[in-house]
Design a protein around this ligand. Sequence first.
Ligand code: KIV
Length: 272
Amino acid sequence: MKKRMTPLSLVRMKRKGEKIAMLTAYDFPTAEILDGAGIDAILVGDTLGMVVHGHETTLPVTVEDVIMHASAVVRARPRALVIGDLPFLSYTISVPEAVRNAGRLVKEAGVSAVKLEGGRAMLPVVRALHRASIPVMGHLGLTPQSILRFGGYKVQAKNPRSAERLVEAAKALEGAGCFAIVLEAIPAVVAKEVTEAVTIPTIGIGAGPDCDGQVLVTHDMLGIYDEFTPKFVKVYAKIRDEMDRAFREYVDDVKKGHFPGAEHSYEPDGDR
Ligand code: KIV
């Protein structure tokens, strides 16, 4: 029986100096493959709105979308910790609504933790989720749900004042009960400072090498989503090119009558 990862497992990994590997997944087969590869945590991120549903931002994503995709991931029964992202406006209108929506991700999808974006303004929500026994991961720096306020996907915490605010926000999130914090698109030195200032793990995306772990959007690192590839993405495979090649070959085979051949056709006494 495989030993399931928990929020506490990630905290212990930081204590032992073991790096945490996290990626996103939105479906059953990807979750199975990630788990087989030894991933520590799977994030069912609201990036699903962009890389799966084709929206320009993550803003249109609903709680129902996350429940549907997270349910498929959970059905893979991964050893990895599965974290469901709370979508835009699902946790900022009121604390009770935040608890209700986070609870739906746990009860209806079966995730073991939730993630939310934001600093000090989110402390009452983090405390309430902690009281409700729902583990919470924070997210600081470039928080894509604030894209309208930021006016674009820009590197954050570039001046000393905003860097200091970010470090203080991270400490406050830890104090309120977060078990980990994603740090997105901030200078590496600031991420290092945050990582040293908190006892919970930091998971970086565009935040340099000194975070306790790293996360990427799977569709970016596989080279599937090519609308925009940020500087911090390392592309590990060219799956889009491979899909394009296979689809073209199939179309060509069908048009020319090369598929199906005898090896893919049944004889009268044939079976499956
Ligand atoms: O939604 C998501 O996939 C994320 C990652 C970019 C960390 O929040």
